[in-house]
Design a protein around this ligand. Structure first.
Ligand SMILES: [Zn+2]
Ligand SMILES: [Zn+2]
Length: 285
């Protein structure tokens, strides 16, 4: 059974209930002429494509048909700014506004690393768009129990990728992977790099990084079991008097971890990481 089969909707619960279940306050839905009883069909909300608890949760409507699975990872590529332009040209003002809201919600999620909850819609997708439009017909929907995350967002173009499970709270490094996941050749390649041994310190760095390399800000990769992989690294090596504390341990993508050890720019990387972690140390105090 593929991951996509798992989230294929078969029933049609109300949007209001799914949005509520995702953790968004829906008490305003009942405050309109239709009254509390008709809250679920408040046109101000029920046709929206995105719902937002600012700084906390983002809920998006996505089409099941637009999701794709590759190597066990479910993801979607979106560009809402393109949709905004298309709707603007087509005189679809309402859709344009909805698409803008989705873009803003995704930006908020990208900036603040918010969990993205996805309502998966299945049915007749009439437009070439990814999101529910009222010109399309939703036959079934469900709230994906697994939170998604914005893996990348191009601030120039609005091109973005969302991945399922990206911020599941399970952040792993080279020690958490089962040995069979990392082939022998990989292990040989990374030998010669010192790893952080203290599990508690590694966990603190991984939690802080939330799956994004603390040097390049790009996500690590999703592992087969839905974790996010980064490597933990002593910014100033213990051998050079570096301390074995969380503020001296960075979580890096494998590429930058190697570069931090062997690259011509390793001093530059070290300085950048020191600046960043210094900021973190003062922030938590
Ligand atoms: Zn990196
Ligand atoms: Zn290292």
């Amino acid at each position: 059974m593929s991951m996509l089969d798992e989230i294929k909707p078969t029933v049609k619960p109300r949007v209001i209930d799914l949005v509520n279940a995702a953790g968004i306050d829906v008490s305003d839905w009942g405050k309109f002429r239709g009254g509390e009883k008709r809250a679920a069909s408040n046109p101000r909300y029920c046709y929206e494509w995105s719902f937002l608890k600012p700084g906390s949760i983002v809920v998006l409507n996505l089409w099941y048909q637009s999701l794709r699975e590759r190597n066990g990872i479910v993801s979607i590529d979106l560009n809402l700014r393109k949709s905004v332009r298309r709707y603007a040209e087509g005189g679809k003002g309402v859709w344009r506004t909805r698409a803008e809201k989705v873009d803003n919600a995704i930006q908020d999620a990208a900036k603040n690393r918010l969990p993205v909850r996805v309502i998966v819609n299945d049915g007749e997708m009439r437009t070439a768009d990814y999101l529910s439009a009222d010109a399309s017909r939703v036959e079934c929907r469900l709230l994906d129990p697994v939170p998604w995350a914005v893996a990348s967002y191009d601030w120039k173009t609005g091109e973005c990728r969302l991945i399922r499970g990206g911020l599941s709270g399970k952040f792993v490094d080279q020690f958490s992977l089962q040995p069979e996941i990392e082939p022998e050749v990989e292990r040989r390649m990374i030998s010669g790099i010192a790893f952080v041994r203290d599990a508690g310190l590694r966990d603190r760095a991984l939690e802080r990084a939330k799956g994004f390399c603390e040097y390049c800000e790009k996500p690590g990769f999703a592992t087969t079991d839905g974790g996010m992989f980064l490597e933990t690294h002593h910014v100033v090596p213990l051998g050079e008097g570096g301390a074995d504390v969380a503020e001296n341990i960075a979580a890096l993508c494998p590429n930058h971890h190697r570069e931090a050890h062997h690259g011509a720019r390793r001093d530059e990387i070290r300085r950048a990481l020191q600046r960043r972690l210094k900021g973190f140390a003062s922030k938590v105090k």
